[in-house]
Design a protein around this ligand. Structure first.
Ligand code: RI2
Length: 319
């Protein structure tokens, strides 16, 4: 496997490259790099190498379905070309084009969501955000650029403090932003008009997997009667949940939560570090996709339109 692909996988695992949309685009790029640097003339071996690379990339982070859907998109195009009897040179072009198309579509989806979502924000609105979602922040930045005066509360988002990334990004735009600790959410959500979050995966029933703490925010927002909005491109919808398959929640290293020193000192202590949680559809008011606004209960329609009602018995990266 190409050394650059191995480095990319390492950067995704360590979260140097992070955020579901970016992960999706990055793995498409990785397949393109692997394809372009492939040496050999046997199409069967080429396809098998690309599938192996896809499996290797999938193993980096299990929850963000943008990763799988990006690979699914590129591999489906590759499979079609292979079935048409194309040679390796032609298959390489197919992989490159599909990867480029995925990235372009992703960037366009983010712009479209910002456009659609910013219309929901009024001058003077207060918005509460969790973690660091490029899609959610795209909406806020667009509303600000359109001249609306906005105030944002950013949750710190332990254990990796992505709230700081959000705070910096919004400050750079000249947006009024206040950083708070996660446990202060109840106090500040009451002052907000909307909570806007991103998504790592949307299930067929409209449940949303997102950064740990999101489900708690949704419950609090529900109780405080604050609008809870999820911003998610259609490639964040998980087709495997059709069959009732549950979204896998990534468990990360416990040393993101506690120092080695404290852990060794507190013999017998158990520590858990789930990176995501699941917000039930009944606590979500709206999902904003690049195709328009939907109620979470309509997630199944997005999946049907994108993937048909196929059974995913064999994934395109399986041999
Ligand atoms: P965008 C992030 O996960 C957060 O959970 C964020 O809400 C989600 O991805 C979507 O991000 P992580 O990679 O695609 O920080 O909206 O674990 O940028």
């Amino acid at each position: 496997m190409d050394k650059k692909v191995v480095d990319i996988a390492e950067d995704i695992k360590s979260m140097k490259i992070r955020g579901a949309a970016k992960i999706g685009r990055t793995v498409a790029e990785a397949l393109k790099i692997e394809a372009e640097n492939y040496k050999g003339n046997d199409p069967i071996k080429f396809v098998s190498d690309i599938k192996e690379t896809a499996r290797f990339l999938i193993a980096t982070r299990p929850t963000a379905v943008s990763l799988e859907n990006s690979l699914r998109y590129v591999l489906t195009e590759l499979e079609k070309g292979h079935n048409d009897g194309r040679d390796v040179t032609s298959l390489k072009k197919i992989v490159s084009k599909a990867a480029n198309d995925f990235c372009e579509n992703s960037n366009r989806a983010l712009e479209k969501i910002a456009e659609i979502g910013s219309k929901r924000i009024r001058d003077g609105d207060v918005i509460f955000v969790n973690c660091n979602s490029s899609v959610a922040l795209g909406i806020i930045k667009k509303a600000h650029r359109d001249g609306k005066k906005i105030k944002v509360y950013a949750n710190e988002t332990r254990p990796r403090f992505q709230g700081l990334l959000t705070a910096k990004e919004l400050l750079d735009e000249g947006i009024d932003v206040t950083l708070i600790v996660d446990s202060a959410a109840r106090l500040f959500i009451k002052r907000a008009n909307h909570v806007i979050t991103g998504a790592d995966a949307v299930a067929a029933n409209g449940a949303v997997a997102n950064k740990i703490g999101t489900a708690t925010l949704a419950l609090i927002a529900h109780e405080a009667r604050v609008n809870f909005i999820v911003a998610a491109e259609t490639y964040k919808f998980n087709p495997r949940t059709y069959s009732g398959e549950l979204i896998e929640i990534e468990e990360r290293d416990i040393f993101e939560v506690i120092s080695k020193e404290d852990y060794e000192r507190l013999k017998g202590l158990k520590v858990k570090n789930p990176a995501f949680d699941i917000t039930p559809p009944e606590y979500i008011d709206l999902i904003i996709t690049e195709k328009g606004l939907i109620a979470p209960q309509a997630a199944i329609l997005v999946l049907k339109e994108t993937y048909g009602l196929g059974s995913f018995e064999k994934e395109p990266w399986e041999d």
